[in-house]
Design a protein around this ligand. Structure first.
Ligand code: FAD
Length: 482
């Protein structure tokens, strides 16, 4: 009898345990993707991520068709869709790979219980993580809240090899159930804002493997030094493929392990060690989200719920930040890179997040929401961790009183100003010594560069020293209140 193979955030054929187990079970396989109704959950996929998903589904369908199969598409409530498909195909089993977001955990639990009660065999597997959150605890049996001991604990555990799918054909059902057309899932933008995304990304399992191979060949050795430099491509940029599950962490781990195979040394060099620890931060993010499911909305450190945020009447402060018009070039460059490409360099994510929560004193949740809608890698676990880290209210977070100075950050990590020039073209002709603080440049230099502050580039919307003092005062007030 057929098995329904429910694809979710595991849009790949390689290293896909649910697929391998469905093959092992025997009988026809009916691959299905359900665009789930948003329901109560405010974290249904954002616009940029939906753009990616549309293409990832197209690639997955192609890969399945090359094996005599196809992807059945549906829309709606998962439990009802699965029931209808069971009826239409005569399937007696449903297999999937697990999810860890609070709303998805709840859905999966309910679906599993409902199907089992109806006599359907349900099995779930791990495709997304090296260390599933429910299997990791500290000596007291509690979840970890600090990265270093968490990662030390994990590194002492075995890591499974990726499972290889060598099947050139997948058994098809006698007849295929009805499927929506991909366009009917409504994932595409209705107005064409996605030119920059199309230029920059190649969703799909093939694109992910190509990127991994290129990074392991050329990027990883210098990663420890280059990873902080937004002015050149020093990181892997694997995050959107990882989020959509077109590649899994076991495949990444195994590719890195292969580098050092001849020398027998693992990790083969410091670049690899640091890179794998970033994969560890992703694992840690899932650990925290799973064990502290309120954190996408609420600070992990509860006292921060009373933080005295600044007012933003009419939303003008937030809008200046979103549009990259704060008057701080490195901040503006980051937000424009995000808007154009759906991605932002990690160092700059930290800078713009710090600016929002400390210089503008706006709630971190507003920034998280913006990222959620604009990032192709928008991921509830990593986004929550990143924002709470930046706001000083999360696990192992940067202390609130450590306030990034955007000008110094710009000079340090974009020393020639190339990143700013690329994303803030109106500043392109400003000499390097003034590129990160154009308001300090002599008028003649600005004139020569064609920059009129307040006209074609904003003056800083907040003064750094004053904003810093106000942020520290707000933090003191919070401490006093506790
Ligand atoms: P690389 O440096 O090549 O790292 C490899 C992989 O490790 C990444 O693809 C990612 O999966 C993981 N990783 C790296 N750094 C982190 C980190 N700090 N936390 C968790 N995982 C990490 N990452 C997302 O995937 N989705 C998000 O929505 C997201 N939101 C963020 C918000 C803020 C405010 C901050 C500060 C960080 C956020 N990050 C998020 C983490 C990080 O910025 C990105 O994972 C990284 O920039 C992706 O680029 P890369 O693939 O080239 O990373």
């Amino acid at each position: 009898t057929p098995t329904l193979l429910w694809f979710r955030r595991d849009l790949r054929l390689q290293d896909n345990p649910a697929l391998m187990e469905a093959i092992a079970r025997g009988g026809a396989i009916v691959p299905v993707f359900i665009q789930e109704a948003a329901g109560e959950d405010q974290w249904s996929e954002g616009a940029a991520s939906s753009w990616w998903r549309h293409r990832a589904l197209a690639r997955l369908d192609e890969a399945l068709r090359a094996r005599g199969s196809r992807l059945v598409l549906a829309r709606g409530d998962a439990a009802s869709v699965l029931r209808e498909l069971i009826e239409a195909t005569g399937a007696e089993a449903v297999y999937w790979n697990r999810r860890y977001e609070p709303a998805q955990v709840a859905t999966d639990r309910a679906v599993k219980a409902g199907l089992r009660a109806a006599g359907v065999e349900v099995q779930s597997f791990n495709s997304a993580l090296l260390f599933e959150p429910q299997s990791i605890a500290n000596k007291q049996g509690k979840p970890f809240q600090v990265f270093t001991p968490y990662w030390r604990h994990c590194l002492a555990l075995p890591i499974a090899e990726p499972v290889r799918c060598a099947a050139t054909a997948l058994p098809a059902p006698a007849s295929w159930p009805r499927s929506l057309a991909l366009d009917e899932l409504g994932l595409q933008p209705t107005i064409p804002w996605d030119g920059g995304l199309r230029e920059n990304w190649e969703p799909g399992e093939g694109g992910a493997m190509a990127r991994l191979k290129a990074f392991v060949r050329e990027g990883i050795e210098g990663y420890a030094e280059d990873r902080n430099r937004p002015d050149h491509a020093g990181t892997s940029r694997l995050s959107p493929w990882l989020h959509h599950g077109e590649i899994g962490p076991r495949q990444i781990w195994s590719a890195v392990k292969a580098i050092g195979r001849e020398s027998g040394v693992f990790p083969p060099h410091n670049g690899a060690r640091v890179f794998l620890s970033e994969i560890g931060w992703r694992e840690f993010a899932y650990h925290l989200l799973f064990h502290f499911p309120r954190t996408p909305e609420q600070p992990l450190r509860e006292e921060f719920a009373r933080f005295p945020w600044a007012e933003d009447r009419g939303g003008t402060k937030l809008a200046a930040w979103q549009r990259g018009r704060t008057g701080y070039p490195i901040v503006d460059a980051g937000l424009r890179e995000l808007w154009h490409t759906g991605w932002m360099h990690n160092r700059v994510r930290m800078i713009v997040a710090s600016f929002l929560v400390k210089h503008q004193r706006l709630p971190w949740q507003r920034g998280a929401k913006w990222f959620w809608d604009t990032l192709v890698d928008a991921d509830l676990a990593s986004n929550t961790l990143g924002w709470q880290w930046s706001a000083g209210c999360g696990a192992d977070a940067a202390p609130y009183f450590r306030i990034f100075a955007p000008v110094l950050q710009g000079r340090k990590f974009d020393p020639a100003g190339d990143y700013v020039r690329r994303w803030v073209p109106e500043l392109a002709r400003i000499p390097v010594e003034h590129i990160h603080a154009p308001w300090e440049a002599p008028p003649a230099i600005l004139a020569r560069a064609g920059v009129t502050l307040g006209e074609n580039y904003p003056r800083p919307i907040v003064d750094h020293a004053q904003a810093r003092a106000e942020a520290l005062a707000a933090f003191k007030e919070l401490r006093r209140g506790n």
